[in-house]
Design a protein around this ligand. Structure first.
Ligand SMILES: [Fe+2]
Ligand SMILES: [Fe+2]
Length: 145
C-alpha cells in the first residue's frame, strides 16, 4: 500500500531531533491514510487522528522550546502558525465527536499539505539558528545579541 507523503531529503531542517519528529508526523499521516484505504471504521480513524493531534502538539512545543532559545526572529509568527493547525485539528475532532463530519480523503489532503508546506516554508527558516550535535543530542544555538 502506497504512502500519501514520502520523506525526502528536501524536508530536512538540519536538526536531528526536529527531523525525526517530522518523520514521525509523516508516518502518522500515512497510518491514517492506510487505515482509510483499508476501509477501517471512522472510530478507528479517530484513534489515529487523536494520536496525530497529540504528537503534533508535542512536536510544536518541543520545536518552539528549541527556537525560543535562539535568535530566530520569527518566533511569534511561527507559534501562530502552530496554533492555527492545533485549532483546526481540535475543530475536526469536535465535529467528529458530534457526528457532524467524516474523516475523508480531503481531510488527509489538508493534513498532508499543511505539514509539508509548513516544513518547507516555515521550519526551513529555522535552519540558520539550530545546530546538530552528531552524538544525537541537539542543542539550541544561544541568542547572540
Ligand atoms: Fe514549525
Ligand atoms: Fe516542525
Amino acid at each position: 500500500m502506497s504512502d500519501l507523503i514520502r520523506w525526502e531529503k528536501k524536508f530536512k531542517v538540519g536538526n536531528s531531533r526536529i527531523d525525526s519528529q517530522h518523520r514521525k508526523l509523516f508516518h502518522l499521516v500515512n497510518e491514517l491514510y492506510k487505515a482509510m484505504q483499508r476501509g477501517e471504521a471512522q472510530e478507528r480513524l479517530d484513534v489515529i487522528l487523536d494520536e496525530l493531534a497529540r504528537y503534533t502538539d508535542y512536536h510544536f512545543r518541543d520545536e518552539e522550546g528549541i527556537f525560543n532559545a535562539t535568535a530566530y526572529p520569527e518566533k511569534e509568527n511561527h507559534c501562530a502558525f502552530h496554533r492555527e493547525l492545533i485549532e483546526k485539528v481540535q475543530d475536526l475532532q469536535k465535529r467528529r465527536a458530534s457526528g457532524e463530519i467524516l474523516i475523508t480523503v480531503e481531510t488527509l489532503e489538508f493534513l498532508k499539505d499543511w505539514v509539508s508546506r509548513h516544513i518547507m516554508k516555515t521550519d526551513q527558516g529555522l535552519r540558520p539558528y539550530i545546530q546538530i550535535d552528531d552524538a544525537g543530542d541537539t542543542e539550541a544555538v544561544e541568542s547572540r545579541d
